[in-house]
Design a binder for this molecule. Structure first.
Ligand code: 5GP
Ligand code: ZN
Length: 114
């Protein structure tokens, strides 16, 4: 989508601290980190949110999760882990309407969320 913030970041039209890119996904540090490690992994395909995932997206999202775990290891999260989060729509607190996986780590994270 031409006017979507994360589509623009994935196309390089808005600068970001990129940590990974291939032909189908893009990973970058969150602009307002909530933990010592906080990055986002997005499909380049504009999928609005979790509720809009289609059957044809399943392999892509599997690869995205696999890549997120590899990047989390590179960011020092292998031993202690962290949290992989996808906020969805209003009640989930989603503020950018382009599906994104948050990866947070580097400190103990509370549960349940507020
Ligand atoms: P949500 O609340 O939709 O799950 O998460 C959106 C995330 O995107 C937030 O953590 C927010 O800090 C991050 N964010 C919003 N705008 C930008 C931006 O322009 N650049 C980067 N790197 N992160 C952003
Ligand atoms: Zn988008």
């Amino acid at each position: 989508m031409s006017d979507c913030l994360f589509c623009k970041i994935a196309r390089g039209e808005i600068p970001s601290k990129k940590i990974f890119e291939d032909d189908e996904m893009f990973a970058f540090h969150d602009i307002a980190p909530k933990a010592p490690v906080h990055f986002l992994v997005i499909p380049k395909k504009h999928i609005e949110n979790c509720m809009e995932v289609e059957a044809g997206d399943t392999a892509l999202l599997g690869r995205l999760l696999h890549r997120a775990a590899a990047l989390a290891k590179e960011q020092g999260m292998e031993e202690r882990g962290g949290r992989f989060v996808i906020n969805c729509k209003e009640d989930g607190g989603q503020t950018v309407d382009h599906l994104h996986l948050h990866v947070l780590g580097g400190r103990p994270l509370g549960w349940p969320p507020g």
